[in-house]
Design a protein around this ligand. Structure first.
Ligand code: CP
Length: 312
């Protein structure tokens, strides 16, 4: 695998390989000294043109645990503010010797564009409304381990609820869950569904909540919404949020997930700490291990002049 820009691009076999590799990275993270020399001599650059807490910090942690060097590019304090173009920025940073760029950008497709300007591997850290493949991998890993599955997710019933139209997480998660055999139901008002159907949908959360295994709540992407797509936040919450009444209806085995950051009081009206199946901090912890697996898969077998020992 050269790049990780979308789930569709890498296919199911690569997804399974990364999920299996993640088990080893979880074991590394449980050691007293969670660091291995696997990527010594490699350099990973976090190139974030949009804000991030989880993705940026977990890639930084993942790279350091594999002994890679990490460069973190923050657009606000870079020469982008003097008018430097995306291409000149990439070519400038690449000239310093970068093996992988983790790219987040508000425009869909930027990771593909960037890969034309450098020979480094490109990892999509979230592009516009389009894709967020490492979020999808960490979510699939969380579901697989929490429900005691080792291979596919055949027959698992996943409900993805909320602002699907503007959500790159939803697009990548639909791809990964369907690739692994799960049934995905989208739950949203018609105005928050994408124009092209991606999976079966309903606007009635209460009609399906008793039949699901995973309740995946999405953040309302207020920064991407220009039109009035819902009558009011209050009405949206009444129909689509996890309320105390809905939380009581969830089966004991049901996993409650959210990619973060959460809009408390919008899509979630209960304290996740009080929900037995809440996976939100587990997702974050698994994010480090999954991103270690991705970096290892992309970089450990590549030849680089002067590279030192490569092993886990
Ligand atoms: N889930 C996610 O992408 O979070 P950040 O925006 O904090 O990286």
């Amino acid at each position: 695998m050269k790049h990780l820009r979308s789930i569709a691009e890498i296919g199911t076999d690569a997804v399974m390989r990364i999920l299996d590799l993640t088990d080893h990275m979880v074991e590394v993270n449980q050691r007293a000294n969670p660091k291995v020399p696997a990527l010594r001599g490699r350099t990973v650059c976090n190139l974030f043109f949009e804000d991030s807490t989880r993705t940026r910090l977990s890639f930084e942690t993942a790279a350091k645990r594999l002994s890679a060097d990490v460069m973190t590019f923050t657009v606000g304090s870079s020469s982008v503010s003097k008018g430097e173009s995306l291409r000149d920025t990439i070519e400038t940073v690449a000239a310093m010797g970068v093996d992988a760029f983790v790219v987040r950008h508000r425009s869909s497709g930027v990771p593909w564009q960037v890969s034309q300007w450098t020979t480094a591997s490109i990892i999509n850290g979230g592009d516009g409304w389009h894709a967020h493949p490492t979020q999808a991998l960490l979510d699939a890993y969380t579901v697989r381990t929490e429900l005691g599955k080792t291979g596919s997710l055949d027959g698992l019933r996943v409900a993805i609820v909320g602002d699907i139209r503007h959500s790159r997480v939803a697009r990548s998660n639909i791809e990964v869950f369907r690739a692994l055999g799960a049934d995905v139901m989208l739950v949203a008002p018609p105005t928050l569904l994408p124009p092209t159907p991606l999976s079966p949908s309903t606007a009635d959360l209460d009609s399906i909540i008793d039949e699901i295994d995973v309740l995946y709540l999405l953040r309302m992407q207020t920064e991407r919404i220009n039109d009035a797509v819902i009558p009011s936040i209050r009405e949206y919450s009444t129909r689509f949020a996890l309320t105390p009444a809905r939380a009581k209806r969830l089966g004991d085995h049901v996993l409650v997930m959210h990619p973060g950051p959460m809009n408390r009081g919008v899509e979630i009206l209960v304290d996740p700490a009080e929900i037995p199946g809440a996976m939100i901090t587990r997702q974050v912890a698994n994010g480090v291990a999954v991103r270690m697996a991705v970096l290892f898969d992309l970089l450990a077998s590549t030849e680089r002049p002067g590279a030192l020992e490569v092993s886990v």
